[in-house]
Design a protein around this ligand. Sequence first.
Ligand SMILES: Cc1cc2nc3c(=O)[nH]c(=O)nc-3n(C[C@H](O)[C@H](O)[C@H](O)COP(=O)(O)OP(=O)(O)OC[C@H]3O[C@@H](n4cnc5c(N)ncnc54)[C@H](O)[C@@H]3O)c2cc1C
Length: 491
Amino acid sequence: MKDVIVIGSGFAGIASACYLAQAGKKVIVLEKNESVGGRASFFKAEGFSFDMGPSWYWMPDVFEKFFGDFGKKPSDYYELVRLDPGYKIFYGKNDEFEVPASSKELGQMFEQLEPGAAAQFDRFLEDAKYKYERGINDLVNKPSLSALEFADPKLLKDLFALDLLSSIEGIVAKYFKHPKIRKILEFPSYFLGATPNKIPALYSLMNFADLQLGTWYPMGGMYEIIKGMKAVAEELGVEFITDTEVNGMDVVEGKITTLQTSKGIFQAKSVVAAADYNFVEQNLLPKSYRQYDEAYWDKQVLAPSSLIFYLGFNKRIENLRHHNLFFDRDFTAFGEDIYENPKWPEEPLFYACVPSKTDDSVAPDGCENVFLLMPVAPDLDGNEAIYDRYLKMMLSRISDYTGVDLKEEDIIYKRAFAHQDFKDRYHAYKGNAYGLANTLMQTAIFKPKMMNKKIKNLVYAGQLTVPGPGVPPSLISGKLAAELSIKHCKI
Ligand SMILES: Cc1cc2nc3c(=O)[nH]c(=O)nc-3n(C[C@H](O)[C@H](O)[C@H](O)COP(=O)(O)OP(=O)(O)OC[C@H]3O[C@@H](n4cnc5c(N)ncnc54)[C@H](O)[C@@H]3O)c2cc1C
């Protein structure tokens, strides 16, 4: 019998397995898909290599810390390059803005838009730095099982400085007036799954991550991180079994005894559930052992889902950068289509990632690898006709702004991925892409809890629990789950 079974091999599952194995535990990871990585999966087609999920490598310090905990460095597994410019924003035709790697240079560009903005930007970044240091070195590492974890005098003193009760929109508006500057500084909110007026100002720590720590890219693609983490885990003795779906858990006297899977029965002293929290509770556990019912889940504010296209073009697309944001439509109306009155949007904003701008290995010579992502409300029904309508819309806007005429005939490879694919591939609740929105009432102690009060040997990890969505938080979630397992599950 193993000490721990980890369900799911995303960032949270692999991280958890590494820390458990380092503590001397015998660990097995069960993954339903054909390969490990979860939402950070990867595939090859027609000479192109596509990362399926995350594409922004932010907070390099979190990855250094992870590999460092095992006596390694990211560079032992992949080569990181810093992108400069970090990204490009299209506000409309002949109206674009490239965000340089140097924050000093960016401050000067802001100054041209708004007199006095360079000095304001220095102050804004100073404040964001403080929040980053407190947030990433301290707050994020709390499992948030109880409010008492936060009852330290320093934190109480800090409540004002951390701006928990105001919003990103509010804090940005306090420093800047120009709408373009505001849009740039509000952009990281969208990673957190809600509009900037709903995300606590504490998360301006993301601006520090974005504009000071920088946007990086692991050559070969984001999947190189997964490969590196898997190598660390295997060196520590972790066993990975793919194509193995957990279908149910037997609980006897408040302890999981057996996991029913597509490959038969597995047993371990304890379980880390790093698959989507909702799926684990509602589908794998007997009803009496669930902590939350469907009504609870239905009330949670989910981060958007996504309509994604993985595209291989037979030509290069000049004037695009590695990361491109299309902020050329009204944010408020788009936000309403996602959050207030969920429906397929009239005028979507979208994002284009073109890793072949940095990395020749991801596309054949003379070709371009393009990942288009359009945020959409969760739980919508889609079909090919709807997806194609949006593809045409996005290509037409890209053509218009870059001056490169893009037609469907230029596409050598095309794959769409949306709600039902998220459900089928990851068991994603309502087809969510990034878990729960990080609103104040869904932060820390208000998130679904990492421990199951009714089951002694079950801990949850991943983007639907603490600390939240994103690659760095999922890594941290895996570490917290390993610590809780060791402390509370008596393994
Ligand atoms: C399109 C997209 C773009 C993103 N972009 C970024 C970005 O640029 N930067 C960033 O930091 N973050 C980004 N994110 C968020 C980030 O990728 C996720 O927060 C993170 O990868 C989640 O990791 P996880 O381990 O919690 O979950 P997952 O990666 O979903 O892992 C859960 C695993 O559990 C498996 N599983 C589910 N049910 C079972 C079962 N019954 N039995 C066995 N296995 C099961 C699933 O197959 C999956 O492999 C993005 C996410 C998406 C979807």
